[in-house]
Design a protein around this ligand. Structure first.
Ligand code: SAH
Ligand code: SF4
Ligand code: F3S
Length: 482
């Protein structure tokens, strides 16, 4: 089975931390999907996902909508009636990967003229109907807020018309759709709590592809998490581009903010571990940190993307915080949640970045002692503020050299952070057998570090205590002591 979580922020701990696979690896639906009965006569859908966790979570919504239309998932593209690709636009190489894949789909379509090929997600939103011209043989283009229209669009295609819906919505949160769980082995699940983004980081395409920020009704979030727990799931990751700005404003009564939502989800059961991603440095509050400190089942890990360690670059990135502010937030985390691991995203070679400014990023990484980072060379995205305002003037070889320096430093930091864990005992949520050996099991500790250990008697979903004996840069290796 393909690792169903390949390609998301936290779930690829065995890959090198600089692996860009979050924005590129394919995810094929597993045919033994939770919640769908198999029927060999049914119409079949093949779905691949690229991009962030939110895109993977959206694929689970798409699978649910398609299941209601009678489409069952298949891992064999050749037997599919509909092939869907849920795409990412965050960097040029993310789009190029999808274009390459579409070429391969075309070959399948040549053999099976009735096959429908659909492009979903951020690339669909960015390129709209242009995709139909650029990518011959694509029949369907659907943006992230239009998945409920899939049944109608498929009917339109049956009548011989290509179909496009890329309308963005200010309301859609898919709160009424129960996602079909495609990954996570019955133990881990993503729960999207908000959609869109109202920040305008100058490098970023997301506000254009995902539209305005909106928060999902907390009751539906709590119901979904309770249902997951009742079905044996033991970890939920609450997802949003900027979870700290989650805000539910009912017609009457007080607003509900992220810290309170987190506490309510954590209160479902002490055995339900709760993660969240992504935190924005400008918005993360002490209330969230206090909630983490007060609830053992809120995972002690914060993904706090810094992007750059230099205040002038951060200003041009329109991140709305500076180096000092970020350091203040780091100190608050260390003080209020001392056992917390901190992870980051870093961009090398943003417009106009000098060697000194790059050095500030390296020094910030040392200061933050990130346990893991996703690291990228700046890629200009059409239509963004940076593309309009600042020339993409750092030569490719300089960007790449800076990126390599960032990657080398992160490797050092990850290894030293893991070495500090040797000798310690962690509570690990068992996910399943380790990739390398059937006798060993793997799972993550609260800090989101992958632990591999002798698995005798441990089953997915169990919490076990593991003493760490050794480590690599990406994995803690230990012995089960209970
Ligand atoms: N909402 C999250 C980020 C989502 S995009 C946040 O604000 O932190 C994931 C990461 O992709 C970003 O944190 C950034 O590091 C990277 N990224 C976004 N646009 C990029 C671009 N144009 N070039 C290179 N990296 C980019
Ligand atoms: Fe993009 Fe910034 Fe929004 Fe993150 S917060 S999705 S980087 S615009
Ligand atoms: Fe990519 Fe869209 Fe996510 S651009 S990173 S799939 S929000």
């Amino acid at each position: 089975m393909a690792n169903p979580f390949s390609g998301n922020v936290f779930a690829k701990p065995q890959a090198a931390p600089h692996d860009e696979s979050r924005q590129g690896e394919a995810f094929k639906i597993n045919s033994a999907v939770d919640g769908i009965a198999m029927d060999s006569q049914a119409k079949k859908m093949y779905l691949e996902s690229y991009g962030c966790q939110m895109n993977f979570s959206d694929s689970e919504i798409v699978a649910s909508i398609m299941a209601d239309e009678g489409y069952l998932p298949t891992t064999e593209m050749e037997e599919a009636d509909v092939v869907l690709i849920n795409t990412c636009s965050i960097r040029d190489n993310a789009e190029q990967k999808v274009r390459g894949r579409l070429k391969e789909f075309r070959a399948v379509k040549r053999k099976n003229k009735d096959l429908t090929i659909g492009v979903l997600g951020c690339m669909a939103e960015r390129l709209k109907a242009k995709l139909l011209e650029e990518e011959q043989l694509v029949d369907l283009v659907v943006g992230p807020d239009a998945y409920k229209d899939l049944p109608n669009l498929l009917k339109q295609i049956e009548s011989g018309q290509p179909a496009v819906n890329v309308l963005l919505s200010r309301e859609e949160t898919y709160a009424d759709i129960t996602p079909v769980r495609l990954g996570g082995g019955g133990v881990l699940a993503f729960v999207t709590i908000m959609r869109g983004c109202d920040n305008m980081c100058s490098f970023c395409v997301v506000p254009f592809t995902r539209g305005r920020e909106r928060s999902r009704d907390p009751q539906t979030i709590l119901d979904e998490c309770r249902d997951l727990f009742a079905r044996g799931y033991r970890e939920v990751t609450l997802l949003g581009q900027n979870v700290d700005s989650y805000c539910w404003s009912p017609d009457s009564g007080p607003e509900l903010r992220f810290a309170e939502l987190l506490v309510r989800v954590a209160a479902i059961d002490p055995l339900l571990r709760v993660r969240f991603s992504t935190s924005h440095p400008k918005d993360i509050t002490d209330q969230v940190l206090h909630a983490m400190a007060a609830h053992p089942n809120i995972a002690k890990c914060i993904h706090l993307p810094v992007q750059s360690g230099n205040s002038e670059v951060l200003r041009r990135m329109n991140r709305t915080y500076d180096r000092e502010w970020y350091i203040d937030r780091l100190n608050a985390i260390r003080k209020i949640v001392p056992t917390c691991s901190i992870t980051s995203d870093v961009i090398a070679g943003f417009c106009g970045e000098t060697e000194e400014q790059h050095a500030d990023t390296l020094s910030m990484m040392r200061l933050a002692r990130y346990s893991m980072s996703f690291m990228f060379a700046y890629s200009e995205r059409p239509g963004t503020l940076a593309a309009r305002k600042y020339p993409d003037d750092i030569p490719a070889e300089v960007k790449n050299r800076r990126l390599q320096e960032i990657i080398a430093l992160q490797s050092e930091l990850s290894l030293s952070d893991n070495r500090d864990d040797v000798g310690q005992v962690f509570e690990v949520l068992v996910e399943g057998p380790s990739r390398k050996s059937k006798e060993q099991m793997c799972g993550r500790n609260s800090q989101n570090k992958m632990c591999v250990f002798d698995g005798l008697g441990a089953a997915p979903g169990d919490y076990v205590l593991v003493r760490i004996d050794s480590c690599t840069q990406a994995t803690l290796i230990g012995t089960r002591i209970q």
